[in-house]
Design a protein around this ligand. Structure first.
Ligand code: SAM
Length: 203
């Protein structure tokens, strides 16, 4: 199983999503959609061994976490607009829940769940599940020097993680680098998949 957590610092937490303005008024929702697409979709297929989380921290009601489960997804297609429609449905579902219900994962459409949980608590949950946490960062240890097992990969958005998040991860995550260059988060996901695919196929 490969898992990804993408922290979206500015992404809208209301279902009032303008599908014609994902980067602007939706607070870089386009980045979230690209990460969903690149983590879960193959050509004419879905990666069933992937769970992708994004935690949205934009106004008006943060944080909202959305989970995409590869082996349960139905009807979602890889284009940004289609994914944004499903995120809009998930946030609408969230808005209709009671405060108690919001504490747990609630399915909005097949394979897509929504919940109130912050970044740190989600990371702690993953550690409790026995996962290993890898924080993707340009200045980390070279990826080829690290043994990746049972992974959850943490990615920042255009702003990156806060200093506080990084301090929190300090003793919980292995910081790994894919390149000396600053890459887009969705491109990092593609590279990680390729490295792990090649290992799995013994190449
Ligand atoms: C556009 S970058 C973030 C840039 C932001 N200004 C910063 O300083 O963190 C988006 C995310 O991709 C990941 N990333 C970017 N370049 C990387 C690299 N060379 N190796 C590993 N991860 C990288 C990091 O998780 C980063 O937070």
């Amino acid at each position: 199983m490969r898992e990804f957590i993408f922290k979206a610092n500015k992404t809208i937490t209301s279902s009032n999503i303008n599908l014609k303005d994902l980067p602007g008024s939706c607070g870089r929702l386009d980045l979230v959609c690209r990460c969903v697409s690149d983590s879960l979709f193959l050509s004419h297929d879905i990666r069933r061994d992937v769970i992708f989380y994004s935690i949205l921290y934009g106004p008006p009601n943060p944080p909202i976490a959305i989970k995409f489960v590869g082996n349960e997804l139905k009807k979602v297609s890889p284009d940004e607009r289609n994914i944004a429609i499903f995120i809009k449905k998930a946030i609408k579902k969230f808005e209709e829940l009671s405060e108690e219900e919001k504490k747990y994962w609630n399915e909005s459409t097949p394979g897509i769940y929504v919940r109130r949980i912050d970044f740190k608590d989600l990371v702690l949950e993953k550690i409790n599940e026995g996962k290993n946490i890898y924080y993707l960062h340009k200045n980390g240890k070279d990826v080829y020097e690290v043994k990746i097992k049972n992974p959850v990969f943490i990615l920042g958005d255009h702003i990156g993680l806060t200093k506080e998040d990084e301090e929190f991860l300090e003793d919980k995550a292995i910081k790994i680098s894919l390149s000396p260059l600053e890459l887009h988060a969705n491109h990092c996901i593609v590279i990680i998949h390729n490295i792990l695919d090649r290992l799995e196929y013994g190449i």
